[in-house]
Design a protein around this ligand. Structure first.
Ligand code: BTN
Length: 257
C-alpha cells in the first residue's frame, strides 16, 4: 500500500466525511486520500445511526485500495480500531475496543455503573465499500473520536461520552498524527494471512469483552453468555451453558454482576 495522507481534503464543515470520501473513491482518487472535517452535521454511525461531530472532535475518513477479497473487509475495521487504540495510547490515553468497532475508555476512579460497567464509549469506526462482488475497489474507513464534545444525543445513539468530560485531555493534532502513522503501518497487515493473524491477536488483547458476561442484541433475539474469543473472521465467540455461539453482528452490553 502507498502512503496514508498523501492527499488531505480539509473541510470546515460537511454532512459526513464518509460521504465525501465515498464520492472521491468512486471518482478514482488515490489510495490514502483523507477527508477531515472540523464539524460534521449529518455524520453516520453503525446500524444507520447518526454521528454528528463538533469542532475539536476527530471526524475523518480514509480512502484505501487494499488488495483484499471483499469477504475479508472486516479486517479493515479490526486494523483501524487497533490503530485508534494505539494512537490514543501514544497520546497517553488507555483505551479498549468493544467488538466490533467501538472505542471505549475507562476513566480512573469512575463511579458510574451503567450497561458498559465503568467503560465509556468515546469513538467508533464506520466502514463503507466500493467494489464488485468479490474484490474491493476502494474502502472508506470513517473514524470518529470525541475529544471535546459528544455527538448530538438522539434516541438512536447509545449513551456517548467525550474525553474532556471524563477528565482526560488529548491534543487533536498530536492524536491525528499518531493515528495516521498507526494506520500507515497497520493497514497493510490485512493483506497477508499470517500478518493478519498477529494483528488479530493484538486486537483481541485490546478488547474489553474477553472473559466478560454479555448480552448481544441481535434484533429478533438476544444471546447471553461469556465472551471466549473473537474468531479470525470477526465473530464474537460466546459460551453459554456448555454451548458456543458465534455472533457476527449486533449490539453488545456488559452484564452487571
Ligand atoms: C459508530 O460507532 O457507530 C461509528 C461512528 C463513525 C463516525 C465517523 S466520524 C467520521 C466518519 N464520517 C461519518 O459520517 N461517520 C464516520
Amino acid at each position: 500500500m502507498l502512503q496514508i495522507g498523501q492527499r488531505v481534503v480539509f473541510l470546515e464543515s460537511c454532512e459526513s466525511t464518509n460521504d465525501v470520501a465515498m464520492e472521491l473513491a468512486r471518482a478514482g482518487c488515490e489510495h490514502g486520500t483523507i477527508v477531515i472535517a472540523n464539524a460534521q452535521t449529518r455524520g453516520k454511525g453503525r446500524l444507520g445511526r447518526r454521528w454528528e461531530s463538533y469542532e475539536g472532535n476527530v471526524a475523518l475518513s480514509i480512502v484505501v485500495r487494499p488488495n483484499l477479497d471483499i469477504k475479508l473487509s472486516q479486517r479493515l475495521v479490526v486494523a483501524s480500531a487497533y490503530a485508534a487504540v494505539l494512537a490514543l495510547k501514544q497520546t497517553g490515553i488507555c483505551a479498549s475496543i468493544k467488538w466490533p468497532n467501538d472505542i471505549f475508555v475507562q476513566p480512573e476512579g469512575s463511579k458510574f455503573i451503567a450497561k458498559f460497567g465503568n467503560f465509556r464509549k468515546i469513538g467508533g469506526i464506520l466502514l463503507e465499500l466500493v467494489g464488485t462482488q468479490d474484490k474491493i475497489d476502494a474502502a472508506v474507513i470513517g473514524i470518529g473520536i470525541n475529544l471535546v464534545a459528544p455527538p448530538q444525543k438522539t434516541e438512536d445513539i447509545p449513551q456517548m461520552y467525550f474525553l474532556d468530560e471524563l477528565g482526560v485531555t488529548a491534543d487533536k493534532e498530536v492524536f491525528v498524527d499518531f493515528l495516521l502513522e498507526a494506520l500507515e503501518s497497520i493497514l497493510p497487515l490485512v493483506e497477508n494471512d499470517s500478518d493478519y493473524t498477529k494483528l488479530h491477536h493484538d486486537y483481541i488483547s485490546s478488547s474489553m469483552l474477553i472473559g466478560k458476561e454479555v448480552t448481544v442484541d441481535l434484533g429478533d433475539r438476544a444471546v447471553r453468555g461469556i465472551v471466549e474469543d473473537i474468531s479470525l473472521d470477526g465473530a464474537l465467540g460466546i459460551q453459554h451453558e456448555g454451548k458456543r455461539e458465534l455472533v457476527y453482528f449486533g449490539d453488545v452490553y456488559l452484564c452487571k454482576n
